[in-house]
Design a protein around this ligand. Structure first.
Ligand code: PMP
Length: 435
């Protein structure tokens, strides 16, 4: 905190006009967050002039880091022509074409302004298409802030039975919302089968992030996803993949790596090139619920800034720059860092593990097997270690998420990775001495 006087002052100013000085819970850090002033490549600077390797990249969205030349040029080129119209533009067709080409499960796509909206439109499309009310979701998995997607996001041990209950995340969540969401344990085929056996004809769809970040960043098992598709389809329900984060795992996202074709896919983050974005895509037959050409659609959907040409052009440039070589580079960097972090934990005798895939990894300060939400629910000691880890890294010039998530970017080199590993090693050494 001593090296961040300007951030501290700004936070005090913010407190007067924003609750807790905050407009985004995820970026709050106790006692105050650093205020960013600029980004370039894989680094960010705060208002006090401190520089950091950015290992969170606006919560996984800035896959090229900052000021990627093609993305910057696309935005600058659009500005003199206007930024948002009450009419479609050619840019949305181009980005839709690119995404449809990369995702074999997606015939058609609709844009939105956030991942939250992408997930919301996917859930609503599943309901409109099937005429059923219920959604199945994984306990502890985060999908943005649509009420139905938030159920059982943060259940506490007091609520844990053998099987997850539908628990509210936000105070004030209506009972009806809880009634229409069934939470299930992750990677558990039998539990899914049981839920469908009991309520299959009321279920519109299963919502799953193939590598749910808040539920541990553990990949779904391929057999689990395969069984999910079979079980859901046998009951006339749909499978919705939330690839808002996991689309950064490969050319065709996680569904490409796992070779699964969901019925609907929610997207966001990287597809906007650093601008607000979300999307839902899927089979044409399902996406027809949005079609207004034959009168009022089953599912009307608007959005004043939806598919604005700045977001669309930035997204198109970012996605074009994301080549197969980019993914190979990110995979190599990620594997190198995961191995380095695990070695460092071992060297300092700390119970812990480094999980993830591709450009994403997460540190858990626990030695028991990490399998699902419950297994990563942090006790007090782990919470204190995570906090010390986050702050220790910040003090050594590495920005990560306060809950231990890291997301890499294409401009990062192996030399950068070594500097990051050194900061991680020093921080873990401190933690081993402290706890
Ligand atoms: N789904 C997942 C898996 C996410 O991680 C997020 C955001 N972190 C969302 C949906 C919501 O996206 P947004 O913040 O753009 O609304």
């Amino acid at each position: 905190p001593d090296a961040m006087p300007m951030s501290k002052t700004l936070f005090e100013r913010a407190r007067k006009v924003m609750p807790g000085g905050n407009t985004r819970t995820t970026v709050f850090v106790d006692p105050f967050p650093i205020y960013a002033s600029k980004g370039e490549g894989c680094k960010v600077w705060d208002v006090d002039g401190n520089v950091y390797y950015d290992c969170i990249n606006n919560f996984t969205s800035m896959i090229h880091g900052y000021t990627q030349p093609d993305v910057a040029a696309a935005v600058v080129d659009q500005l003199p022509f206007g930024t948002a119209f009450g009419a479609p533009t050619v840019s949305e067709i181009e980005l839709a074409e690119l995404l449809v080409e990369r995702l074999p499960s997606v015939d058609q796509i609709r844009f939105a302004n956030s991942g939250t909206e992408g997930v919301m439109m996917a859930i609503k499309a599943a309901r409109a298409f099937t005429g059923r009310p219920k959604i199945v979701k994984i306990e502890g998995a985060y999908h943005g802030s649509y009420d139905f997607a938030e159920v059982s996001l943060d259940s506490s041990p007091a609520d844990w039975g053998d099987l997850p209950n539908s628990t509210p995340y936000a105070r004030g969540t209506p009972r009806g919302v809880l009634d229409d969401v069934i939470a299930v344990p992750f990677n558990d085929i039998e539990a899914l089968r049981a839920v469908f056996a009991a309520q299959g004809d009321r279920i519109a769809g299963v919502l799953i992030d193939p590598m749910p970040n808040r539920a541990g960043l553990i990949p779904a098992r391929q057999e689990y996803l395969q069984a999910m598709v079979e079980i859901a389809h046998a009951a006339g329900a749909l499978v919705i993949f939330d690839e808002v984060i996991s689309f950064r795992l490969g050319w065709s996202g996680a569904q490409g790596l796992w070779d699964i074709k969901p019925d609907l896919t929610a997207l966001g983050k990287i597809i906007g090139g650093g601008f607000p974005v979300g999307a839902v895509g899927g089979r044409a037959e399902i996406m027809a619920v949005f079609d207004p050409t034959r009168g009022k659609p089953a599912l009307p959907h608007g959005g004043t800034f939806t598919a604005n040409p700045v977001t669309m052009r930035a997204g198109l440039a970012a996605m074009r720059a994301l080549t197969r070589e980019s993914f190979a580079h990110l995979d190599r960097l990620g594997a190198y860092l995961r191995k380095g972090v695990a070695a460092s934990l071992g060297k300092h005798g700390l119970p812990g593990q480094c999980v993830g895939l591709g450009s994403l990894f997460k540190v858990h300060f626990t030695s028991h097997p990490v399998t699902d939400y419950r297994s990563v629910y942090p006790g007090q000691a782990e919470r204190r270690k995570l906090d010390a880890f986050h702050k220790g890294l910040l003090g050594r010039g590495v920005l990560s998420a306060s809950y231990g998530l890291f997301a890499l970017s294409t401009p990062m080199t192996e030399a950068d990775a070594n500097k990051i590993l050194q900061a991680i090693d020093e921080t873990l050494s401190d933690i081993a001495r402290q706890f």
